[in-house]
Design a protein around this ligand. Structure first.
Ligand code: NAD
Length: 494
């Protein structure tokens, strides 16, 4: 649907200065301040966007509160809400090529992945929840006797959605879809380095007929705009994807303010476990390389720790190196790129520091150099670091970059102990031909997702969320809607 010529026609389209969207109207920051939007493709200034103040966030929250309280959305007949959300999904699909290219110019994800995951993924998610919203029923409790007890599901109110930069539309839709379908109103804080497409799809929501104030977008710094949303007495639920450090702050802000519910989707250091009896080592290596290096490793579920049975370590590492070296890294607007640019100069610096530290500790490192281009931008070759010890920072901390840590093991018990040996618990994978072992690992791995003989399964019908310090609560699937409903019990004397 999107060929190289069509992409090239869009790659230099001027991008107008971005704006906030509050109460259905585009607006600047109240004090007129802006911030530059840098394109990671070449480091150039793509456009500007509002550097909003806490007062701007409060204005958006007030608009969302009014829109919720006046029932313009929550009291609308479900069939009518569904129609608007379906129209919105359709408009996002219609604008998918332009949205995909704009998103890539903003965040650097390779276009082959961005098109599918971002506008098309978002449209699919919004359609899923649109279709679900008129299939939600309350309950009658089996109290018996001379009472009737009804359990109503009511929309929770105003939702604050704080979004990360790696997949702003896909992850944004995982929050907006169920929140709006439940009848809530929303204030979105887009990420500093990937705000443009979220603003655009909010405009499309208005075009689809979403009433003013139901979906508001406020750009700017997390520590200002995000913090104001987190501290607000008028936000009922926070839904967040991002780093653990920010997640912790949001919980503190909730405790300090109105004890709003806080749903966190945080980072990971997901183990990808290769047993010597894996059915197809070549395939396992190829899928494992993609599972860490696509989108320059900026994927929450990336298989960043490869645990390999010692007897095949050498052979498997060679396969991995071959698979990684075959990945074309470069211009994210080239359909042939397997990975594009690192999102920001800051993220690139962090990635390179992890590689340098591993090298200094004497770990064998393949790749991992900064890739310099004539046009500038932030690029890095995939790094494969062998013999990583559980005490290494690279074993325990998330890089969020194209850096794979390999650690060998001898037994299934050791593999499990290594896999579960971090503070995270987001994704995991096991490659084995032994069915009993696969089931044992599924049961014992401390993770929200376990893959068997595959990596990176993605479908809106399954929940995605972590255990331990990878978060609480799930995005995607019907389970995600529960986050945006309150349960209200009504007792009726008969
Ligand atoms: P981040 O936590 O710095 O930023 C995420 C969002 O939070 C941004 O919109 C930012 O503006 C906002 N923010 C920052 N400081 C804030 C504050 N004090 N108060 C309120 N909001 C604030 O993380 P990041 O650098 O954007 O993303 C990288 C991290 O996100 C990685 O650790 C990665 O694993 C994680 N992540 C997790 C998932 C998942 O599904 N679990 C998905 C993507 C990214």
């Amino acid at each position: 649907m999107l060929d190289q010529a069509a992409i090239d026609a869009l790659r230099t389209t001027p991008v107008a200065p971005a704006h906030n969207l509050i109460d259905g109207l585009p607006c600047a920051a109240s004090d007129g301040q802006t911030m530059n939007v840098i394109s990671p493709i070449d480091g150039s200034v793509l456009t500007t966007m509002p550097r909003s103040t806490a007062a701007d966030a409060d204005r958006a929250i007030d608009a969302a509160r009014r829109a919720f309280d006046n029932g313009s959305w929550s009291d609308m007949a479900p069939a009518a809400r569904k129609k608007i959300m379906l129209k919105w999904a359709e408009l996002i699909e219609e604008h998918a090529p332009a949205l995909a290219v704009l998103g890539v110019r903003n965040n650097g994800t390779e276009i082959s992945m961005a098109l599918k995951a971002e506008p098309l993924g978002a449209a699919q998610t919004i359609r899923y929840y649109a279709e679900a919203l008129d299939k939600v029923y309350g309950e009658i409790a089996p109290t018996g006797g001379d009472t009737l007890a009804m359990i109503h599901k009511t929309p929770v109110g105003v939702v604050g959605a704080i979004i990360p930069w790696n997949f702003p539309l896909m992850i944004g839709a995982w929050k907006l879809g169920p929140a709006l379908a439940a009848g809530c109103t929303v204030v979105v804080k887009p990420p500093e380095t990937a705000s443009l497409t979220l603003i655009r799809i909010a405009e499309l929501a208005l075009e689809a007929g979403l009433p003013a104030g139901v979906l508001n977008v406020v750009t700017g710094e997390g520590a200002v705009v995000g913090a104001a949303i987190a501290e607000s007495m008028h936000v009922d639920v926070l839904t967040f994807t991002g780093s653990g450090a920010t997640g912790r702050r949001l919980m503190e802000a909730s405790a300090r303010s109105n004890m709003k519910r806080v749903y966190l989707e945080l980072g990971g250091k997901s183990p990808n476990i290769i047993f010597a009896d894996a059915p197809d080592l070549k395939k396992a290596a190829k899928v494992s390389a993609a599972g860490i290096f696509r989108n320059s490793g900026q994927v929450c579920i990336a298989g960043a720790r490869l645990l390999v049975e010692r007897s095949i370590q050498e052979e498997f590492t060679a396969e991995l190196i071959e698979a990684a070296d075959a990945m074309a890294i470069g211009d994210p607007l080239d359909l042939g790129s397997a990975a594009g640019a690192v999102n920001s100069a800051r993220q690139l610096e962090q990635n390179l520091a992890f590689v340098a530290e591993a090298r200094a500790a004497g770990r064998p490192v393949h790749g991992g150099a900064q890739l310099l281009t004539e046009t500038g931008g932030f690029y890095m070759a995939p790094a494969i670091v062998s013999d990583v010890e559980p005490t290494d920072r690279l074993f325990r901390e998330e890089v969020f970059g194209p850096v794979l840590a390999i650690t060998p093991f001898d037994t299934e018990e050791e593999a499990l102990a290594l896999a579960n040996g971090t503070e995270f618990g987001l994704a995991s994978a096991v490659w084995t031909s032994n069915l009993s072992r696969a089931h044992r690992m599924i049961a014992k791995l401390q993770a929200g997702v376990v893959h068997v003989n595959t990596y990176g399964g993605a479908d809106g019908t399954v929940p995605l969320g972590g255990v331990k310090q990878s978060g609480n609560g799930h995005d995607k699937s019907m389970h995600a809607m529960d986050k945006f409903f309150d349960l209200k019990t009504a007792w009726i004397a008969l």
